[in-house]
Design a protein around this ligand. Structure first.
Ligand code: RP5
Length: 163
């Protein structure tokens, strides 16, 4: 979290999702992207969700990363109420390992899109990297940081030695 006006919102259906969504917040912090993290439940706090979506554009959010598990309606219901791009992260549920979350998020009817990422932490981190890529179209410093990140990642692979 930062004091600056947030550019990316990280929201989740329950505080139990934070183990997963903290991966997104960590990436945003590393890239120095002003962001916020909040619990906004589609089922338990539907009015809060509606208010968050209604205010997102005017508050200057460029993307909303929304994670939820099980009957994961949060990304779709946010997307239904804002034109700010919603990046959905399926949280790995206990009962069905996140397949339920994935299908709940990915199968949006035509007309109201949500991007959908991998189940779990990989998805959370990639959603944040995707948000940085979106911001990189507006601000060159994010493009530079993203190129440096990719180069470092490649460097690690080149440097790997298997014994
Ligand atoms: C969903 O229900 C949340 O996104 C969470 O993944 C799941 C379980 O929530 P808790 O019972 O742990 O609060 O709404």
């Amino acid at each position: 979290m930062t004091d600056a006006q947030p550019l990316v919102g990280v929201v989740m259906g329950s505080s139990s999702d934070w183990d997963t969504l903290s991966g997104a917040a960590e990436v945003l912090r590393d890239f120095e992207v002003p962001h916020e993290a909040r619990v906004v439940s589609a089922h338990r706090t539907p009015q809060l969700m509606a208010d968050y979506a209604a205010e997102a554009e005017q508050r200057g959010l460029r993307a909303i990363i929304a994670g939820a598990g099980g009957a994961a309606h949060l990304p779709g219901m946010l997307a239904a109420q804002t034109i700010v791009p919603v990046l959905g992260v399926p949280v790995q549920s206990k009962a069905l390992n996140g397949l339920d979350s994935l299908l709940s998020i990915v199968q949006m009817p035509a007309g109201v899109p949500t991007a959908t990422f991998a189940i779990g932490t990989a998805g959370a981190r990639n959603a944040a990297l995707f948000a940085v890529a979106m911001l990189a179209r507006e601000e060159p410093r994010y493009a530079e940081a993203l190129r440096a990140f990719r180069a470092q990642q490649a460097e690690r692979v080149y440097g790997e030695e298997l014994s």
